[in-house]
Design a protein around this ligand. Structure first.
Ligand SMILES: Cc1cc2nc3c(=O)[nH]c(=O)nc-3n(C[C@H](O)[C@H](O)[C@H](O)COP(=O)(O)OP(=O)(O)OC[C@H]3O[C@@H](n4cnc5c(N)ncnc54)[C@H](O)[C@@H]3O)c2cc1C
Length: 376
């Protein structure tokens, strides 16, 4: 392949693809909407699994770099009851298969692994069109265009490339996160810090859960997970942080104060993050010269797998292209068949390793079922 592969989106999926192509001697250009690498906060800890995300990093030849950014001790996992009772506490002995890294560190190590100039920042794809014979043209905000023989949409949930393949669009998944942070928690919020422990903590209940991570230092990053319709959240005034926190906390009436304080004592305004998903089992007929990786192809409500699968998609596509020199269509067909067949969600929730056939993959429900089965 002589002309560069055109990748839209410099998220984890697109960057792993660019890197695996690079180690196989295939040039690529990644066009990213963000104006600069640090333009946007990249989010918190991600656990990178030995059976998907780490396989991708291995294919990218970046395992040493990955190990260097792992945050020690953060695989510690505990499950708490609503009254704060510790139901399960699994220490991080350093041998677990899901080390935690800051998403920004992972993205940066991938960026650093690419030849200078591979990523074209400030290139938001606005439109795409077929030119015939498997070629496509991308138009960027500002008007410049690029024509390509291989276009890969790694541009996430609201992909501009996806319409070339199918007409599916994400719909509200019925759940949302409300996100909060507590800083210097060991000294400023000791009860909450003790409840979360050294890694991750989940307090599950049907239709709602509180999940928190200890990030770098003593920052507690909490995701309150609620199964509610959009209208319900629309009635919460998120422009008034204290009132919003109080309203969300009301859903956990009677729960242990140290759990509720993760919401009401937050040092940041609560942020609503609605979850969207593409139809489960989405697939399309082969369209010459174009494909998708990651959320663009199979967006799900967060279940601990999305980033891992995006990276694996990128690596598998890179390997398929390297394995079929001169036959892009064979590579894309091979890649897509395997990608479509990864629908069985591997709901791998920290200390648990659960293979669920439920394509919605609701970790809280899986967790509850397990706890109930254990007679707790
Ligand atoms: C709150 C939350 C928590 C999560 N936690 C986890 C977790 O713990 N573990 C896990 O595995 N997954 C997690 N996920 C899911 C994970 O974030 C996604 O599945 C993953 O980021 C998908 O990677 P991607 O590369 O496909 O897309 P993205 O990460 O969305 O990257 C897409 C890139 O494309 C760029 N882009 C978008 N549109 C355009 C355009 N038109 N032109 C050019 N560039 C464009 C974007 O700026 C972005 O850089 C979580 C998701 C959320 C919302």
């Amino acid at each position: 392949m002589n002309s560069p592969v055109t990748i839209i989106g410099a998220g984890l999926g697109g960057l792993v693809l660019a890197r695996v192509l690079h180690v196989n001697g295939i040039p690529s250009r990644v066009y990213e909407a963000d104006p600069a690498p640090a333009a946007r906060e990249q989010g918190g800890l991600l656990d990178i699994h030995d059976h998907n995300g780490q396989l991708a990093l291995r294919a990218a030849g970046l395992m040493d770099e990955f190990r260097a950014v792992v945050v020690p001790g953060r695989q510690t996992m505990r499950v708490l009851g609503q009254d704060g009772t510790v139901l399960m506490d699994k220490a991080d002995d350093g041998t677990g298969g899901r080390p935690e890294v800051m998403r920004g560190d992972l993205r940066q190590l991938l960026l650093d692994s690419l030849p200078p100039g591979t990523v074209r920042w400030d290139h938001k794809a606005d439109g795409v069109r077929a030119l015939g014979n498997g070629r496509h043209e991308v138009t960027f905000a500002g008007g410049c265009t690029v024509a390509t023989g291989l276009l890969v949409g790694a541009d996430g949930a609201w992909s501009r490339v996806r319409p070339l393949l199918c007409d599916a669009t994400p719909g509200y998944a019925g759940t949302s996160f409300v996100e909060t942070y507590l800083f210097e928690a060991d000294t400023r919020h000791p009860a909450a810090a003790k409840a979360v422990g050294g890694g991750s903590m989940i307090a599950p209940s049907p239709g709602k859960e509180i999940f928190a991570h200890r990030e770098i230092g003593a920052t507690l990053h909490t995701y309150v997970h609620l199964t509610r319709e959009r209208d319900w959240f629309a009635a919460v005034d998120f422009t008034d942080p204290a009132a919003a926190a109080a309203r969300i906390a009301q859903e956990f009436d009677g729960w242990a104060p140290e759990l509720i304080s993760l919401i009401t004592d937050a040092d940041t305004a609560p942020v609503l993050r609605p979850h969207y998903a593409l139809p489960a089992g989405l697939r399309w007929d082969r369209v010459p010269g174009v494909t998708l990786v990651g959320d663009a192809a199979h967006l799900r409500a967060p279940n601990g797998e999305g980033a891992n699968l995006a990276m694996l998609d990128g690596a598998e596509l890179g390997k398929a292209l390297a394995g079929h020199p001169g036959d892009t269509e064979a590579a894309l067909a091979e890649y897509e068949e395997a990608m479509f067949l990864r629908p069985i969600q591997e709901v791998t929730f920290e200390g648990f390793e659960v293979r669920a056939t439920d394509s919605e993959g609701n970790p809280a429900q899986v967790l509850l079922d397990m706890i109930n089965e254990q007679g707790r």
